[in-house]
Design a protein around this ligand. Structure first.
Ligand SMILES: NC(=O)c1ccc[n+]([C@@H]2O[C@H](COP(=O)([O-])OP(=O)(O)OC[C@H]3O[C@@H](n4cnc5c(N)ncnc54)[C@H](O)[C@@H]3O)[C@@H](O)[C@H]2O)c1
Length: 410
């Protein structure tokens, strides 16, 4: 079986890759029948020479490979018909901007395996960059705090070599943190990354109940609490929802977040927001005297949705903006009375080396073995979105109306 690590072609350039040179060499050692080609790249975090030095073949012509492996969407004209492809296609939620891409994949009779669709039997995602989004998002929250209140100046993660350098910077500001109350949301990979940063800063964790009691007295240490779905949602009928209801029955729910917003200074999000679920807080809620949050690092980053001040995604180059609750408009991030917002939607790109290595580990563990054990765990079968006959698989048949909308078809 011949695999190719393809070059990223999207703009802005993405430096991540699915296997580091060391991991690429491991693949060929682990599976005697695996061969790997590396398509050259000027932007990849690991230079072509590092793959050559690891004993791999760097080749401009990769057409002989059966399986093409990348990170971001592949432009339509670079898709080679009849191949298997792995990349993030951003089509499973019927994203309008990638409809033509999925149509082209069907027309070119490509078998698409989206990284997001690689799940175990319980439908839990097995690979992703979430941890790195959490790490960078939480760091960016403290960077914003330092800039907003003139406390300290942290460099951008993008300007640091790797996660070890990030840890060194955090150590420098650890004792300079003011006594702020931090809320984090979610319980998945992103929130795991956020928590790692808070733990590196030795920030004390409280239960949601203990956190709410802070409202009654002056707190003199930096603390955080982690909220899961059943903490920030309640049932309209006053009963406590189960987690399953929170995921599957959004019509039963209403937000219970404002009691936390009254106590928190900083919000760092890592939740998944399900379609039709209540908003955490609205623009009206943000006008309330009880809304105490002055800084939001919205890693979840749903635009004009559950976190009302996230008006747009921001960029690695310019990560911060401000939200003025009275005018409901964007202002400079350090405008007095405004809420500073960090809503970068490609955070893992700021840690390309660590993110690539972490992703590679998961890919080596969960995906490559499936090619050599007849897909014993059903990984490939569940992940496959399109077939070599140009049709959607059963699991993704709900995309039929999306790809058949009248408009361009390749
Ligand atoms: N800003 C960025 O660069 C960036 C990068 C990666 C991920 N993200 C976003 O962060 C969010 C979390 O990602 P993750 O990797 O931690 O996901 P995850 O799958 O690891 O965790 C999601 C959590 O949400 C829960 N959940 C699942 N379905 C839910 C539903 N319908 N309603 C409420 N909760 C539900 C899960 O139990 C889990 O605890 C996602 O919205 C993702 O798009 C942002």
């Amino acid at each position: 079986m011949k695999f190719a690590l393809i070059r990223e072609r999207k703009n802005p350039p993405d430096r991540r890759v699915v296997l580091s040179p060391v991991q690429a060499a491991q693949l060929e050692h682990a599976f005697a029948k695996a061969e790997l080609l590396i398509e050259p790249s000027q932007v990849r975090i690991f230079p072509d020479s590092s793959y050559t030095q690891a004993g791999l073949q760097v080749a401009e012509d990769i057409t002989e490979a059966d399986v093409m492996i990348g990170v971001k969407e592949v432009p339509v004209d670079a898709l080679i018909p009849g191949k298997k492809y792995f990349f993030f296609s951003h089509t499973i939620k019927k994203q309008p901007y990638n409809r033509d891409l999925l149509c082209a994949i069907l027309d070119k009779k490509i078998e698409l395996y989206d990284h997001e669709t690689i799940v175990n039997e319980s439908n839990m995602r097995l690979i992703g960059f979430g941890r790195y989004a959490g790490l960078v998002g939480a760091y960016n929250a403290f960077r914003a705090l330092g800039l907003k209140d003139n406390l300290f100046k942290l460099p951008k993660v993008d300007d640091l070599a790797d996660f070890d350098a990030v840890k060194t910077q955090l150590e420098l500001i650890r004792t300079e943190l003011p006594p702020v109350n931090i809320v984090i949301t979610g319980s998945g990979k992103v929130s795991g990354g956020i928590k790692e940063i808070l733990e590196l800063l030795h920030i004390h964790e409280l239960t949601p109940k203990e956190f709410l009691q802070l409202g009654q007295f002056q707190n003199n240490q930096t603390v955080f609490t982690q909220l899961d779905v059943d903490d920030y949602y309640t049932r309209k009928d006053g009963l406590t929802p189960t987690k399953t209801e929170c995921y599957n029955n959004p019509e039963l729910l209403e937000s219970d977040f404002m009691k936390f917003a009254a106590v928190a200074d900083i919000l760092i999000t890592g939740h998944f927001y399900g379609d039709g679920a209540p908003y955490f807080f609205t623009r009206e809620d943000m006008k309330s005297e009880n809304f105490n949050i002055s800084l939001v690092a919205d890693v979840s980053c749903d635009i004009n949705g559950p976190i009302a001040c996230t008006l747009r995604a921001s960029t690695i180059a310019d990560p911060l903006y401000g939200y003025d609750p009275s005018s409901e408009k964007e202002v400079a991030f350090n405008t007095p009375g405004s809420i500073a917002v960090m809503a970068v939607d490609n955070l893992p790109c700021e840690l390309p080396k660590d993110a690539s290595e972490g992703f590679g580990e998961m890919f080596l563990e969960h995906v490559f073995p499936a090619f050599f054990n007849d897909d014993a765990d059903g990984i490939l079968e569940r992940a496959k979105m399109t077939t070599k006959d140009g049709t959607l698989t059963e699991r993704f048949s709900y995309l039929e109306d999306y790809v058949n909308e009248p408009k361009t078809r390749f």
